[in-house]
Each structure stands twice: as C-alpha cells, then as structure tokens.
Design a protein around this ligand. Structure first.
Ligand code: 6PG
Length: 469
C-alpha cells in the first residue's frame, strides 16, 4: 500500500528519532528516512509496529508511502545538507507537498529555499524546534513559519506533539517565510544570555560566599520554586549534584571552562546590529564564550596581574542579592530579545504576535520560565509594546530588583569577579531609562571633525558649527 503514512521525517539522528516516535505516540502514522541503515533499523525496532512507524534508506519508497499533501520534516544539520536533501526529494514530490526544516537554519537560507520551492509548487516551512532530545520525544516548543494555508495541514500534528502549558499547545503559526527560524534564532540568543547569567551568579556565590556544590544545588533548587522558576535554573541546580563518574567529587568542578557554540547566538547579535536594536546581554554572552575559548592566554594573563583578595559576603545576604539580580537580568535579557523580534517583524514583514511567541515559550523549550506567563500577559495587554520595560506590569518587578543588581555588580567589580552579563543588563537598563544620555558629545565630535551635522534640543533643523573658529 502506498500514500498512507501521515508524516515523514528525514534524518533519524537523536532529534529525528525522538520526534518521529513522539508523532507515533500521538496516533499519527510516521515514516522515517535516513541514509544510515543502522538508524533505520533502530527506529523500526524502537517503534515496535511498522504500521505506525516505519523507515527506509530509500527516498523513493519514503515519498511513496506518505499521504497527500506530503508533510516531510527535515531534522538534519543546518547548511548544505538541507539543500542536498531538498534536491533529492524534489523530483519525487507533488504540487502542494510540504517540506518543514526543523533545524537551526539561518533565516535568509530559509527565505531562499522558500522562494525556490514555492516556484516549484512545494510549500516550505522553517520551524524552530526547541527542547533538546527529551523535548523532541515528550513535547518540544515548535516555532513554524511559512505559508499560512499550508500550515493547516501540519497544525494537527504539531499541536499534538508539542509541549503543553496548562493544556495549551506550545506551537503556533508565527508568520510568513523565515519567521519561524528567525524566532528560534532569537530564542537561542536569549538562551545564551540566560545561560551566561546563571553561570556568573554561580561564580559570585562560590567566590564571594564560599557556597559548596550542595549549597549551590539547594539554592538553585529553591529559586526554581519561586519567581525564577525556569528550565535553566532547574538543570543548573541538578548539575551541582552530579557526581564525577570518572573520579572523586562533583563533575562540574572537572569540566573545562571553554564554552563551545554552533552560531545561533552569534547570528542573533549580528542581526541585532544590522537592525540597530541593542541586545548587550546577548552580545556579551557570545563574547564570553569566545573569551572562554582563550584558555591558554587566560592562564598566562592570570599570572601577569594581581587581582583583589575577595572580601567574603554573608551567605544569606549574598543569596538574596543574587536571586534579585538574576531575576532582574533575566527580565532584561528577554526584554532585549523581544525588542529585536518586534523590530525584525516590521523589517522583514513577519507580522509577529509577541504575546503568541512568549506563550509558546512557556513550556517545552530551553528558555521556558515562569516569567514568560507575565511576559505573555504584558504583550496581550499591549500588542504594540516596543519594549517590555515600558510595560506597567514590569515596572515594579524591575524597580524592586535593580538595586540588588547594582550592589552585586559593584561587589563583583571591587573584588575582581567578572559579572559581564549582569553588568551589561544593568547598563542597558540605566541607559534605556535615561531621558538624557551623553551622546550629544558624540554628535558634537562628529560635527567637529567631519561636519556630520547635529540636531538641537531647542529647535527644529539640521545644524553645523565651525568649531575651530
Ligand atoms: C534548543 C537549543 C538547541 C541548540 C543548542 C546548542 O532550543 O533546543 O537552542 O537548538 O542547538 O542549545 O546551541 P549551542 O551549541 O550554540 O550552544
């Protein structure tokens, strides 16, 4: 029998295998495709019933078995492989079929592919999938973008497999073309920011308050029960508990302090620069991964310079400051990412609904957090909110916590404990909430050396001064 399976998936690696099993668990039949015979066999075995989940190495058999319009998801590494898989499938497809790229593809690649495939009568979706392997298996957050009508064919499957927040699916049609990949890119930028913040708060607790791993575990676990409730705080608490399976003590103390990256955080920063939207909490998170990679140079530099002896702080006091400061800087990081999304929506014609995005981030994805329920509400109340800091819902939350961020940033600076994510968040806040910044001097300098002109506070028009006369 042909054309019977509801859903096709190319790429049976960890994410693909888990996603397709999730589809089958939700009463859809699914067919997998991978060049690797072992992966195909493993999926058929794990699926347990080939009538529900089947797989093949042969593209033709794969395509023939899918019901029309075909819904084929690609979970393959971003880049040239996506194009190669598309070229392989294209001659076998019918008009109206749907290809969904579930990887972290760069959004302009998605635009290019969408234009190319729509010329051939095939619908192309860029759908960010967040939540790692466990999310893919049990319910990820899914961020699809593409043709709105074609999405109706995919919708029932995505809504069934996605994570649920109080019964609501963590997936929504986000917009045309690359809207889905763009939103996932910014999700990852925010992810970088939050990860940097949770790591530097660990540093200050450890260096400034002598917190042991057990105390760090308990502290993060406690925070996860309160307003900082989030996937990243939760897993960080568990990380401090993990014993080293290759030696004595806790694993976290043996892990090399060089963070790798696949590029999505950097893309967020680069694109924010192109748009002219400041996202310094994300920028610094990317820079810190780069700086961490310079381990050998850091070791040499450490020997060259003295650093202050850390004046220890009372544990309870430090813990309270850290909780407030982390909450403050989490808000600021979401603020910046969402500001970027609001601007990109205009620039690229995505027509994004920010409250809908915050809503589908409430469960399943890496940046899921209790805070996102408040963020959803803030944008529901005012869908044109340019910046979360302008939301009346957030004024108190920020006002109550910013002073802790000030104390901690100055404590870090005095004691030589780098808190770059926190201080960038604080600086962003101080600058964004300043009605007067010193950039008048920059305008004067530009006009002085380059006749670049300036505007005035007290009258309309463009002015130039011969400064040296
Ligand atoms: C997710 C993650 C995921 C990402 C990893 C690794 O939402 O599930 O964002 O898509 O690939 O977090 O990213 P880096 O290797 O760049 O840290």
């Amino acid at each position: 029998m042909t054309n019977t399976y509801d859903f096709g998936l190319v790429g049976l690696g960890v994410m693909g295998r888990n996603f397709i099993l999730n589809v089958a668990d939700n009463d859809f039949t699914a067919y997998g495709n991978d060049l690797d015979e072992e992966k195909v066999k493993a999926l058929i075995e794990e699926g347990g019933n080939p009538k529900k989940v089947n797989a093949t190495t042969d593209a033709e058999t794969f395509v023939k078995n899918l019901s029309l319009p075909r819904k084929i998801m690609l979970l393959v590494p971003a880049g040239k492989i996506v194009d190669a898989v598309i070229e392989n499938l294209l001659p076998l497809l019918d008009e109206g079929d749907i290809i969904i790229d579930g990887g972290n593809s760069f959004f302009t690649d998605t635009d290019r592919r969408e234009a190319y495939l729509s010329g051939k009568g095939v619908n192309f979706f860029g759908a960010g999938v967040s939540g790692g392997a466990k999310g893919a298996r049990l319910g990820p957050s899914i961020m699809p973008g593409g043709n709105r009508e074609a999405y109706q064919h995919v919708k029932p499957i995505f809504e069934a497999v996605s994570a649920k927040y109080k019964g609501e699916p963590c997936v929504a049609y986000l917009g045309p073309k690359s809207a889905g990949n763009y939103v996932k890119m910014v999700h990852n930028g925010i992810e970088y920011g939050l990860m940097q913040l949770t790591s530097e708060i660990y540093d200050v607790l450890k260096k400034g308050g002598d917190f042991s791993n057990d105390e760090l575990h308990a502290t993060y676990a406690k925070w996860n029960e309160g307003r900082l409730q989030s996937f990243l705080v939760e897993i960080t608490s568990e990380i401090f508990e993990q014993e080293d399976n290759l030696g004595e003590g806790r694993l976290v103390d043996k892990i090399l302090d060089k963070a790798k990256q696949k590029g999505t955080g950097k893309w967020t920063s680069q694109n924010a620069m192109d748009l002219g939207i400041p996202v310094p909490s994300i920028d610094i998170a990317v820079s810190m991964r780069e700086l961490s990679a310079l381990k050998e140079e850091r070791i040499k530099a450490d020997e060259l310079y003295d650093r202050p002896t850390v004046v220890k702080m009372d544990k309870a006091k430090l813990e309270k400051l850290a909780e407030n400061a982390l909450y403050f800087s989490f808000i600021i990081t979401y603020t910046q990412g969402l500001h970027q999304l609001a601007d990109a929506s205009k620039e690229y014609g995505y027509d994004l609904d920010i409250s809908e995005i915050a809503k589908i981030w409430r469960a399943g994805c890496i940046i899921r957090a209790g805070l996102l329920a408040d963020i959803t509400d803030a944008f529901k109340k005012n869908s044109n909110l340019p910046n979360l800091l302008l939301s009346p819902t957030f004024v108190n939350k920020v006002q109550e916590t910013v002073d802790a961020a000030r104390v901690l940033v100055s404590y870090g600076a005095t004691n030589g404990i780098p808190l770059p994510g926190l201080s960038n968040s604080l600086t962003y806040f101080d600058a964004y909430t300043s009605s007067r910044l010193p950039l008048n001097v920059i305008q004067a300098q530009r006009d002085y050396f380059g006749s670049h002109t300036y505007e005035r506070l007290d009258r309309e028009g463009i002015f130039h001064t011969e400064w040296e006369e």
